[in-house]
Design a protein around this ligand. Sequence first.
Ligand code: MLT
Length: 319
Amino acid sequence: MAEYKVLVSDKLSPEGIKIFQQAPEIDVDVKVGMSKEELISCIEQYHGLTVRSTTKVTADVLAAATNLKVIGRAGIGVDNIDVDTASKRDILVMNTPTGNRIATAEHTLALMLALCRQLPQADASLRAGRWEKSKFMGVELYAKTLGIIGLGNVGSAVAERAKGLGMRVLAYDPHIVKERAQDLGVEPVQLSQLLTESDFISIHTPLTPETQAMIGKKEIEAAKPGVRIINCARGGLVDETALVEALQSGRVAGAALDVYETEPLPPDHPLLKLDNVVLTPHLGAATAEAQQNVALDVARQMVDFLVKGKVVNAVNCPS
Ligand code: MLT
């Protein structure tokens, strides 16, 4: 009989499930779409739990998870997991920080280009039977300044691609390593300089109490008039109320967003009434390649941890 039981509670690419199935020490159950009560009632029997972003691993789920040793997040953000409580209960939380970096960086670039050329609006206009050539006057990325907040896995992949498009790239990251910035051809700056000099600002940090609303009214007022803002990281990094006001007044020329303070975005949200925005439903990591990468990474890491005690990509430090 297998020594460990792993529950996969969100949709995971089959390649990842296969890794669990091939490990003789592990029995894997895939139960997608469970209610919180169903999860609480079955979690006791599992040593490992694999999630993406749908399952909310809250304190009451963890209280019932008396045998749980590891939670694996197939993706980067762990805001759907109560990491502090997991640490107190001696449960390791691990993510897969690199598997979807390219997908998210490419989506960031796609949003920037779509915003500059009003692609969704032009497509909708043509489908409505119009031919409005003069209405959709765009702007170029070439020779513009991009300010990247957070030069980690995704931020640095965005920087490399933006350099390829001929942009000047500034980066604000308190953990920035000067040599790394130099290698990328990026200028490390303070947030105040990034705000005043950037034509485009793209955010690539996790959502924490420190980064919550890090682009708010004050920062928008300090930014270059006509700036365009892209957020492909986490809702809540940009204060949506302040952003909507600035988009309405034209202080911010446009925004391209993939993530929101509340997801799914409520149908009456003021952002949906604005013309100068491009919105996608949290698609940053939604490529076949990225989903395969994160599934393989999380499964390999969890098997290694359960079977060999090897810790990779831990985001907490259990007591
Ligand atoms: C991530 O955190 O990995 C991305 O935002 C995608 C996701 O939430 O699955």
